[in-house]
Every structure is written in structure tokens, then in C-alpha cells.
Design a protein around this ligand. Sequence first.
Ligand SMILES: [Zn+2]
Length: 485
Amino acid sequence: MHINEFPTEILSAILEQAAKINEHNGVTFTFGLSQAPLPLQKTPLQRYVRGHVPPDMLKWDATASIRAVCGKWHDWALDYSLRDLYIRRWRGSERWAELSLKRENYGTYELIEKPSGMPVRRDPFQALSLTAKLLSKYPQIASNVRRMWLDGFYDFDRNVLIHSTLQNCTMLTSASLPWTALRHLNGQDWARLLGRGRQTTLQSLELLAVDMPKMQAMEPSNQVDLRPLESAMVNFSNLRKLKLFGDTTFMPITDQDLHAIARTATNLEEFHLTCLSTITIDGVLAIIKSSQSTLRVLEHSPRSNDGFWHPHPGSPADNEHLCEILANCPRLEDMSISLPSMCPALFANPNVRWQRDCQVRALHLCGCENAPSGSVATVDTLKSVLQAARDLITVRRNSHIPAELTLELFFADFIFDPHLKAVHGDFQLSEFGSSGIWPTTRTLSRKGPYGSTGLYGKDEEDVFERVDEEEFLDGARRRWVSIDS
Ligand SMILES: [Zn+2]
């Protein structure tokens, strides 16, 4: 039997195995030189490993020989290596004279004892413009692309090019785009991007924001806002995953945009909003409400790397009770959220599907926002929040389909582990204030202001300690620890 007569899945499995072995044996690193030689100067150059060859290029290299066998294998190889495309802006202008552009020749380069080189200017947008050219010339190649990831292109012209490139990818289901695409493309462009007139619709959309270089930001063509979200043609109802990542001051994504997206984003299963401070809880709430019945993963950490020091999450415009809304997302499993306030209602629904590690960061306790520092009401509410969280963990463990749930609560500069009845924090001032009699149950804590990942600064390494929850609440009642709500 000829190998090409094997069932497709078996042939595909064989070729994939071969490609993986080729990848393993192929070139996985690229080289740099220690410094650019200056004219008329003899500087000894050191060769170093500059970094990994990106995954899509590894796949392309690994299938080179397979592509040359026959038409069937060629088609398989295109599907395998072009499924995910990562296109980056070229950073750095150097290219070393002796380093071949063909990675298969790197072996010879490694033999050169005294490497030399000269910096050569490269068009930083070349990867994008060449890909755009290739995909528009050969639609059958474009039809293999399922996921496109673009990094480093934010200006108007590049957004237009990105759009025309994606346009040719008829099977595209996932795209990571610059946030400026929400400004520089019009309603019709976005309708097409989301799937109008294509074989497949876009299921996953990531918008990545960075601080734009000043020169680019001041360019009038980049300041264009075509307001695509106001168009009735733009429909996010087929989208399953929406991710917004990164902060910017240049035409940032705001609550208004999220409200506009929420009008049609009614089937989201995943919503991630990370390292971004231009959206408040009001915009997040709009998305939660529009996809309340389908949402499975919710991550809202405006500044995930800053531990407690999150920007104020804002307040919902309609004064709605967020705890109840969150407790009534029937499919929600994974949650990490920053809330203006929390209370026992957040943990009151025994039918939630929450599991694994869920994190809640709250600035206040519901109803105690204006209570005086360390008031009885605040301490009592905190006590019932912790008890409600503990009860929910037990309910989840004993449910029909048992689930392991851990709740980590961040409030008033402390981290609460209700299932361990433990509180982590910096108790040095409290010890001083109580003349050394409090706390008595202290042990070393492995947590820091950044949650379970510990502290960043070495100087602060031994600041966080752990005390028993009961003793903590007692300390709060006696005002030895401050829990301003
Ligand atoms: Zn509440």
C-alpha cells in the first residue's frame, strides 16, 4: 500500500511526527555579535546566542523537506506550518555579514573562529508587508491561516495593511491586533474582520495596547478615529474570547467602547482584561451582563503586577450589586476580579461552578464604605465574608461533581485564605501599637503584596507574616490592625 493511500489522520500523524523530529534536529537559535564594529576600528567581536527562532519559523523550516515531496504533502505542510502566524516588527537594525539568511547554513557559521559583521538597515515593517503580499497573491496559502498574531504595528497605514492581510485569510478564527485597529478601521472593515463574507467567523480577539512612540502619536494620520463600534454592521455575537491587554495613553480603550461591544457580544466564554487602567468596573460589568449566561472565564486585573496597588476599579454607573451579578453567572468557572466592594452575597449562591484558584480583590466591603475606620460593622462584615467564602468552598467540595475551589481574597492590604483561616500581611506596626502583645500566632508567610508569587524586592522579603483569622479579627476590633473599608 502506498503511503499516500493511508487514511488522512494516519498520514497526518506520520508527517507531524517527522516534522517534530526535524524541528528538534533543526536550528532553534539565532546569533548576534557583542557590538557593532565602528569604522576604522578593530574591535574583537564575540558571538552570542541572540534568541529563539520563533515557533512559526521553526515549523516552516521543519516542513521544508516535506513540502518538496508531492502536492499532497505540500498542502499538509502549509496547513501545519501556517496555522499560526506570528508577525513582529523588526527591532534593531543589525544583520551580520557572515550570518546566512538561510538558517540551515548556521552550522558553517558556527565554525568561523573570528566572526565579523556589519550592521545593515532592515525595513522594520518588512515581515508584515511581505506577508501581506504573499497572502494576497496566493489565496490558497492564505486559507491555511487560522490564527494571526501581530506585534509592533500601531500606525494607520499598518492597520490598513493588517486589515487587507486578514481579509485574505478566509479561515481565520483568532486574531491579536493592535488596539488602534479599533480607531483606524471603519465599521465595514470590522464587520469583515469579524467574519462577514468569510467562511469562518472570528472566535477569539485580542487587542494589545502599548505606549506609542511620541512621534507616531503626534502624526495626524494616526489620530484618525473612524468610530467602527458605532456601526450597526459590527457584530461581536460570534466571538467566544475577548482579551484586552496593556496600558496606553494614546486613544485608549474605554468604558464607552466596552459598552458598544457589549451590545452584541452576547456569547463570550472568556473575558480577560489585564494591565489596563482606562476601563473601570462599569465597562467590565457591561460585558459580564451581556454574556452572563455563557461566561466561563473572567479575569479582570487592571494591574496584575502591582499586587494591592491596583487603580480604583471605579463604580458601576447604575449602582448595581456586583456581588449578586457575579454569583449568578451560571457557567462561570475561573474568576480573578478587582471589585469596588465585596460582601457575603458574592459567595451566597451554592450553584456556582467556580473551581480551582479564584481571586477577589476588593477596595471596600459592601455597605461599609462610609463606616469609620475599624468600626464594629466593618469587622463583622469581614467576618461574614470570610465565613461565606469558607462555606462556599465546602459546598463546592461536597457537590454532585466535587470541585476543588480556593478563594484568595485581597482586602485592606491583607491577603485572606479563608480555607486555611489564615491572614497574610505586614504586622510590624500592629505589633508596635499593641506594645508587642499582638499578634501571638504569627508565622512566616510565603505570600507578599503580589499574592502567592511573593515579593519582588529583596529588602522586603521578611515583611509578610501569617496570623490566624480569629486573632486577626480580634486585633481589628481592638484597632491594632487597620482595616479601613
Ligand atoms: Zn456586595
